[in-house]
Design a protein around this ligand. Structure first.
Ligand SMILES: [Zn+2]
Length: 287
């Protein structure tokens, strides 16, 4: 019997007020004053994963790990992987190698203080690892990161490397190599169509997401799927952003949990690290 494919599931652990899409409405200096709602989403996610005996990778913001170390602990207790999403959700193009290095170090300290092992995986805020910020690979490799999940092989005004290989590949970083595991896309009409999570997951019919994952399986590929805790919180306060931004953030929030439950029932999910190990990269991930 053919073994069913293990796909990677991941969550970028950040608050609804830290999302790039709503940047103009929640200022950085207000973060400490806005109502925290992380517990709601994290509770739903960890509950669903436990019910379906699935594991996932949690890319924590360092800022979050400092303020909510209990969620780092609970992720580790659940057998999940804890990785880095950077300290405070800055875009890589607003940093330089030295500042990125500090940002990573600060995040590593916050994760260590919460009890996590040193992270080997990274995902940049808002997929801002592009050709312009390719230097980030050198910084990641020098700090001991083994894999990255920040390149989005799509055409998008803010991020994306449309000609990048979808699926797992190797990126040279100085004398080292980093395994790149982008969130999943499917080739459609000459472009890579994003379906691997976030707003697309809430917007597209659930059947389409499941069909896309099956297509990847038929091609022998492991998918990489991502969501955020705030996507499991339909009761979050609404902010007066322009209509298209509101749509992108609030559309179908009530559907995220049932849709994830269905995916967990029909497919097998593990951490990014587990999937990369199975896909032939165990040696490269070893510290
Ligand atoms: Zn993020």
């Amino acid at each position: 019997m053919r073994e069913t494919k293990l796909h990677a599931l991941s969550f970028d652990v950040e608050e609804y007020f830290q999302v790039a899409n709503l940047r103009g409405h929640f200022r950085r200096e207000d973060w400490e004053r806005v109502e925290p709602r992380l517990d709601i989403g994290m509770g739903h996610i960890l509950g669903a994963l436990a019910r379906h005996r699935a594991r996932a990778t949690f890319f924590f913001l360092g800022w979050i790990a400092e303020r909510h170390p209990q969620w780092v602990v609970r992720c580790l207790e659940g057998g999940h992987e804890v990785a880095s999403h950077g300290y405070e959700h800055l875009f890589l193009q607003d940093l330089d190698p030295a500042r990125f290095d500090v940002d990573l170090a600060t995040t590593e300290r916050a994760l260590a203080a919460a009890g996590a092992p040193r992270p080997i995986g990274f995902r940049a805020s808002t997929f801002t690892l592009t050709r312009r910020t390719w230097w980030a690979f050198d910084v990641l490799a020098a700090r001991g990161y083994r894999y990255d999940s920040s390149v989005h092989p799509v055409k998008h005004p803010v991020y994306g490397v449309p000609d990048f290989e979808p699926g797992i590949s190797l990126v040279r970083a100085g004398a080292r190599e980093i395994v790149e595991f982008p969130v999943s896309t499917l080739p459609f009409a000459g472009r890579n169509l994003p379906f691997g999570g976030g707003g697309y997951f809430r917007l597209l019919p659930g059947a389409l997401t499941r069909a896309a994952l099956r297509t990847l399986e038929r091609r022998g590929r492991a998918g990489a799927f991502y969501l955020h805790p705030w996507e499991f919180d339909p009761g979050q306060p609404r902010c007066p952003a322009p209509a298209f931004k509101r749509f992108r953030h609030y559309v179908n929030l009530q559907r995220t949990l049932p849709r994830l439950e269905r995916l967990l029932a029909e497919f097998r999910f593990g951490t990014m690290r587990e999937v990369l190990e199975r896909e032939g990269h165990a040696e490269r991930l070893r510290a």
